[in-house]
Design a protein around this ligand. Structure first.
Ligand code: CMC
Length: 427
């Protein structure tokens, strides 16, 4: 018998198996707890609860480690492409040359949207947030693929996954084009995944669009850095939605809705807005004081992380990418100086040191995206585009598990106990 964890409750002792992952903390298997003791565990926010078994991504928050299928994020960001990382997440291994070419070809053959979807966009107000449009359009894809969404069929799951990964850049670019009143551009499959996205976003039909290699590389790297991140809020949302057997397009739309929040994917938009509000380095101390004030809701956006308590390895890559993009585009945004200074001041402030608050992936991404030409409202859309591969890989992993159950948390009920209905005339 392996390790056991003991629980004493109500005068009795219970043993629960301790499960071992390939790396990382052991996990107490409490699945039998309710049946044996009549008690639930209480862990809102899942700070101590593993909601599933997964072989995709590993994070060691104390050491600042992020691995996809065992490969460190720094190595992937440096040497691979987003398509390679997507293949890795979906299939478990890095592709060889032939496998990669075939995968890229397959994805490129799914980039177009059903023409009817262009009409769908026109139902939105021009000033709608592109995340609102994205939620709606991705959810609407469910209505277009009845023929291939038998989720118990692995081939159907694969096609849906490819469709989602392939169509997300088209959907995102069209959301942007719609907001600025420019015509939609059809995908160009001669370009890379990322090059095609840049062209659909910034190109116009009247002119040839030239993809700038340094920008394409930086964008691709940003996609890699956002591809998957273990059981974060939006991924857990996708899994929970998918656990009921809902179709994948609806599940990813649910993930997009969750990602939108400022504590999650919306933080990159919030971080840049914050830097703009701070403006110049001399104002930093004032904002640091506000962030520390318990009575002030202000937080340093792009700082802190539920899991990383040392540093976010994605932030390190992001910081060096800022310089590369600035060089390629010959821009010099004073906000970068403000960001560097803010990081320095915060990292030397006892409040941030004690609480282990470090810049996260979103702290620098906004500066890069803004230099490339994206408005802040598009930042979270780009996050959603990149995270789609993680979402579908996690969804696939869950559905493939024969022991998969519907996600159904329990609760600690604190409302009124049973009471009798009082007729309206007597209230
Ligand atoms: N600025 C100031 N204080 C902070 C911050 C911050 N950014 N983040 C956490 N704290 C304080 C917080 O007030 C609390 O203090 P106390 O213990 O005195 O009450 C303590 O640090 C712990 O905070 P928490 O909210 O309990 O920590 P959490 O693990 O629940 O929250 C977080 C993690 C990311 C939601 C939070 O750090 C935050 O709101 N950060 C700003 C938003 C942000 O940048 N989000 C992007 C995360 S990375 C991208 C992604 O994965 O989506």
């Amino acid at each position: 018998m392996g390790d056991q964890a003991k629980l004493s409750a109500g005068g009795a002792d219970y043993d629960y198996p301790v499960l071992k992952g390939s790396v990382g903390p052991d996990v107490v298997d409490i699945r039998k707890l309710y049946g044996q003791t009549g008690m639930f565990t209480f862990d809102p926010g899942f700070t101590s609860t593993a909601s599933c078994e997964s072989a995709l991504t590993y994070i060691d928050g104390d050491e600042g480690v992020l691995l996809h299928r065992g490969y460190p994020i720094g190595q992937l960001a440096e040497n691979s492409s987003f398509m390679e990382v997507s293949y890795l997440l979906l299939n478990g291994e890095l592709p060889n040359k032939e496998e990669l070419e075939k995968f890229e070809f397959t994805i490129s053959r799914h980039t177009m949207l059903h023409e009817q979807l262009a009409t769908f966009y026109r139902g939105f107000r021009r000033d709608a947030h592109p995340m609102a449009i994205m939620c709606g359009v991705v959810g609407a894809l469910s209505a277009f693929y009845h023929d291939s969404t038998d989720i118990s069929d692995p081939e159907h799951r694969k096609i849906s996954s490819h469709r989602l990964i392939a169509k997300m850049p088209t959907i995102a670019a069209m959301a942007y084009k719609y907001s600025i009143g420019q015509p939609f551009l059809y995908p160009d499959n001669n370009l890379s995944y990322t090059g095609n996205f840049l062209r659909m976003t910034f190109g116009v039909p009247a002119e040839e669009y030239e993809v700038i290699p340094a920008v394409e590389k930086a964008m691709d790297r940003i996609f890699i850095l956002h591809a998957d991140h273990e059981q974060n809020a939006s991924t857990s949302t996708v899994r929970l939605a998918g656990s009921s057997g809902a179709n994948p397009f609806a599940c990813i739309a649910a993930g997009i809705a969750c990602l939108w929040g400022p504590a999650h994917g919306g933080a990159n938009e919030a971080a840049l807005n914050m830097l703009k509000e701070i403006g110049t380095p001399d104002k930093i101390p004032h904002y640091i004081e506000r962030a520390k004030d318990k009575n002030d809701p202000f937080r340093l956006m792009g700082f802190g992380h539920r899991v990383y308590k040392n540093y976010d390895p994605r932030a390190t890559v992001m910081q060096s990418t800022v310089r590369e993009v600035f060089e390629a585009l010959k821009v010099d945004d004073p906000l970068f100086e403000t960001a560097l200074r803010l990081e320095e001041i915060a990292l030397n402030d006892p409040y941030f040191v004690e609480k282990k608050l470090f810049p996260n992936v979103d702290f620098y991404s906004g500066i890069i995206l803004s230099a490339i030409g994206f408005p802040t409202t598009m930042f979270t859309v780009l996050f959603a585009l990149a995270r789609t591969v993680g979402w579908v890989a996690q969804w696939n992993e869950m559905i493939s598990d024969p022991g998969q159950k519907i996600g159904r948390p329990r609760q600690l009920y604190t409302g009124p106990t049973q009471r009798d209905y009082v007729p309206l005339s007597q209230r």
